[in-house]
Design a binder for this molecule. Structure first.
Ligand SMILES: *[C@@H]1O[C@H](CO)[C@@H](O)[C@H](O)[C@H]1NC(C)=O
Ligand SMILES: *[C@@H]1O[C@H](CO)[C@@H](O)[C@H](O)[C@H]1NC(C)=O
Length: 362
């Protein structure tokens, strides 16, 4: 980290030696005023607690390694990658959900989460499990801006919105819960897989332009993980009598879609004035952890810690299940669909060391 940032400083020609010392701990108070989160269950801090859906996780053992051992609605044993990012930027250790009544605008002013588990770029995806569609996350963001302006005053609010880091982490459900799911043959009969990806990219582009028009300047567009390696997909494949490896078809879709996300970020960065958007890939990093678990201290890469680890998430991952593992830190996945806190922390560090490093300084 030190060497990397040192080189980074030299490249930038920055002249503030004091920042070097703090950066070494990776908690330097950078120029990021708040972390503002859009997306799905990979980053939902508990918005689904407030809506009518079966897709919830506000009960044990979810949250058992969170501060206070508290289930929050995060689909994890502890914190999410976005929580770690907020901490690494020196802001606060976790980012509250916008719909959580325990928090108000004074909390949200330094970071807020609009994400909803089960959602996608496509409206049809959020319909599958009756969760918050992406366009409604945007509507909540507009509501937030109004409150922020009355809380901070218009000048300071605008400054906060410009200096915030916006993360967008969504897309997996469009494929696994929608396009390839038996619930929704409608989508796959309407689009080829390539055309569907382009349709999603078009929505992503519009979304980014919308938040830019509302003040976003620093944006991180997160790539898809190797979704064929999720325990649920592996188990389903094993049930059908095939081997237990990752499902290559889904991994290929993720790689193809990631190429398009990266292209979109590059295009917008060069075309849209003042928009500093980065594409944050996690596919290779996660696959590396799966392929070389011991170098990350993991012992289990193909099952989740919770329950049997093969199929359970949401209500099936509950405290009555006797099989939940004692130490989630040894697992890449917490439930059949979601990473452990430890993997989230590794991914956050990876982003801080790479794509997000530029936002530590300006
Ligand atoms: C990021 O940098 C820190 C500090 O050098 C290092 O300890 C850590 O392993 C790096 N993390 C990743 C995921 O690259
Ligand atoms: C999704 O639904 C919203 C609200 O009805 C609508 O404004 C938007 O155009 C829809 N998006 C797409 C891509 O159809």
């Amino acid at each position: 980290m030190f060497m990397f940032l040192h080189l980074f400083l030299l490249t930038l020609g920055a002249t503030t030696p004091t920042t070097t010392a703090t950066a070494d701990t990776a908690t330097a108070a950078g120029r990021v005023s708040a972390v503002i989160v859009f997306g799905d269950s990979s980053v939902d801090a508990g918005n689904n607690n407030a809506i009518r859906t079966v897709l919830k996780s506000n009960f044990r053992p979810y949250g058992r390694d969170f501060m206070g051992g508290r289930p929050t609605g995060r689909f994890c044993n502890g914190r999410l990658a976005t929580d770690f990012l907020s901490e690494r930027f020196g802001i606060k250790p976790s980012i509250p959900a916008y719909l959580d009544p325990a928090y108000d605008i004074s909390d949200f002013a330094t970071g807020v989460c609009f994400a909803s588990a089960g959602t996608g770029y496509d409206n049809a995806t959020s319909d599958v499990l009756s969760v918050i569609p992406l366009w409604m996350e945007l509507a909540y963001f507009k509501d937030y801006i109004t409150k922020l302006k009355s809380h901070l005053g218009p000048m300071k609010a605008t400054e906060t919105l410009n200096e915030a880091l916006y993360t967008i982490s969504v897309g997996t459900n469009d494929f696994l819960e929608n396009y390839y799911s038996s619930y929704s043959t409608r989508t796959s009969s309407r689009y080829s897989i390539g055309a569907y990806q382009d349709f999603l990219i078009h929505i992503a582009e519009k979304f980014i332009l919308d938040i830019h028009a509302l003040g976003a300047r620093k944006v991180s567009l997160t790539g898809l993980l190797p979704m064929g390696c999720l325990p649920l997909e592996r188990s389903t494949k094993a049930m059908s009598g095939k081997s237990t490896g990752c499902v290559e078809m889904y991994n290929k879709v993720a790689r193809d879609f990631n190429v398009k996300l990266k292209g979109l970020a590059g295009k917008l960065r060069s075309e849209v004035p003042e928009l500093r958007i980065v594409y944050s890939p996690l596919y290779d990093k996660l696959l590396d952890a799966i392929d070389h678990p011991s170098s990350y201290g993991f012992e289990n890469v193909d099952e989740g810690c919770c329950a049997t680890g093969m199929f359970e998430m949401g209500y099936l991952c509950n405290s009555w299940n006797p099989f939940t593992c004692p130490d989630a830190n040894k697992y890449v996945f917490w439930d059949a669909f979601h990473p452990t806190e430890r993997l989230n922390s590794i991914l956050a560090d990876y982003f801080m060391n790479t794509t997000l490093a530029e936002f530590l300084w300006s």
